[in-house]
Design a protein around this ligand. Structure first.
Ligand SMILES: Nc1ncnc2c1ncn2[C@@H]1O[C@H](COP(=O)(O)OP(=O)(O)OP(=O)(O)O)[C@@H](O)[C@H]1O
Ligand SMILES: [Mg+2]
Length: 235
């Protein structure tokens, strides 16, 4: 059971609302603006591609949307929940219940099998025991790696590893999944397969997604493309 105080979202509550978000890092005592008054709304079940050159602020935006990083200014709402002023403890609880992450370098735990990598989420989150094991097995099956559940990451191909990472991101039934360049370490054909899979998995669950890329071939898998240049969005 979900014990967090997530407000009940209605059909019209967006999955993500960024309002005038600014992020200023400090480098050698100097401020470095990574995001400049970024505003973006992602509706429920919508897939948005975030396209921009290296250093434009894509990872920063995803990290803020997923509660891994705090904004310097502005407002961040995920599934109607205002996380802007959450302290690290509440942010951590929020991440367990509401968002999923898939990164470019698939950071699976190397000494755990594919199945155990999904169950690790469970130990941190809210699912327990047999139900979680059934969900992990079903997800791996759906993602086409059911027969690899006992493999360690080193015994999987790049595409299979990324499938396991997607399964892990979906374990907690998130409202929003943030993909940071999920296909850039894959060859073109495998990358397209993984994107097809992301689209169908998000579509069938009605889960919203932000997919970061600097590859404009990826954007056709999204409902909408938003461009980012020097920390500014065109949305
Ligand atoms: N922790 C940090 N401290 C200081 N500056 C940072 C930090 N993280 C990122 N930056 C700077 O903020 C800007 C945006 O970085 P970010 O990682 O969001 O870009 P990106 O669009 O994801 O780039 P890439 O496509 O190369 O992954 C860059 O100029 C970067 O140098
Ligand atoms: Mg990045």
């Amino acid at each position: 059971m979900n014990m967090t105080s997530t407000p009940s979202s209605t059909a019209s509550t967006p999955a993500l609302q960024l309002e005038g978000v600014r992020k200023v890092y400090e480098v050698g005592g100097e401020p470095a603006v990574a995001l400049d008054h970024a505003s973006l709304t992602v509706e429920q079940a919508e897939t948005v591609a975030l396209l921009g050159p290296s250093g434009s602020g894509k990872t920063t935006l995803c990290s803020i949307a997923g509660g891994l990083l705090s904004a310097t200014d502005g407002k961040v709402l995920v599934a109607g929940e205002d996380i802007t002023r959450y302290d690290p403890r509440r942010l951590s609880r929020f991440r367990q219940s509401t968002v999923g992450f898939v990164f470019q370098t698939v950071n699976l735990v190397p000494f755990l099998t594919a199945r155990e990598n999904l169950l690790v989420v469970d130990e941190l989150g809210r699912r327990t025991g047999a139900a979680a094991r059934r969900r992990a097995d079903r997800l791996l099956e759906e993602l086409g790696v059911g027969d690899r559940s006992k493999n360690l990451p080193s015994q999987l191909s790049g595409g299979q590893r990324q499938r396991v990472a997607i399964g892990r991101a979906l374990m907690n039934e998130p409202q929003l999944v943030l993909f940071d360049e999920p296909t850039s370490a894959l060859d073109t054909a495998t990358g397209e397969q993984v994107m097809e899979l992301i689209r169908s998995e998000m579509g069938s669950r009605g889960t919203a997604a932000v997919i970061v890329t600097h590859d404009d071939r990826i954007t056709r898998f999204a409902d909408r493309t938003v461009h980012i240049v020097d920390g500014a969005l065109d949305a």
